[in-house]
Design a protein around this ligand. Structure first.
Ligand code: CA
Ligand code: CA
Ligand code: CA
Length: 135
């Protein structure tokens, strides 16, 4: 029993560390999905995804069943894919150039999504930039 408690505590701590390491929270993902889902249909169609700054390649990659829509898990996968693709140095953040490749071309949006002013967007800041950018 003690071992189990230790294991759970360890898992929780590593989860917390992950969240602190610039991962978007579930609430942030849910808010972004809600914004992207403009017709409130519970899924994100290609037109909605494009409006949210999701690139075609990421959309198709995240939607292997090719039903033309993303659920929230697929939506998150598309954004993760697009982030990773734009970040070949794998340092966990996007600089201005990398962010532009990932659909964040506006300097204003970049700065607004980067309150720590460290010149890069982590995953959580990147999601914020996409959310700010979407109309
Ligand atoms: Ca929709
Ligand atoms: Ca990078
Ligand atoms: Ca930052």
């Amino acid at each position: 029993m003690k071992a189990l408690i230790t294991a759970v505590a360890t898992a929780w701590i590593s989860f917390a560390a992950l969240a602190a390491g610039g991962q978007p929270s579930e609430a942030e993902i849910a808010a972004a999905f809600k914004k992207a889902d403009r017709d409130n249909g519970g899924t994100v169609r290609w037109a909605e995804a494009a409006n949210f700054g999701i690139l075609k390649e990421a959309f198709e990659h995240a939607n292997p069943d090719k039903d033309g829509t993303l659920d929230i898990k697929e939506f998150q996968a598309a954004i993760t894919y697009q982030f990773d693709k734009a970040n070949p140095d794998n340092d966990g953040t996007l600089d201005r150039k990398e962010a532009a490749k990932a659909g964040i071309k506006s300097k204003t949006i970049f700065n607004e999504a980067n309150p720590d002013n460290d010149g890069t967007l982590d995953r959580s800041e990147y999601l914020r930039a996409l959310t700010l950018q979407a109309r």
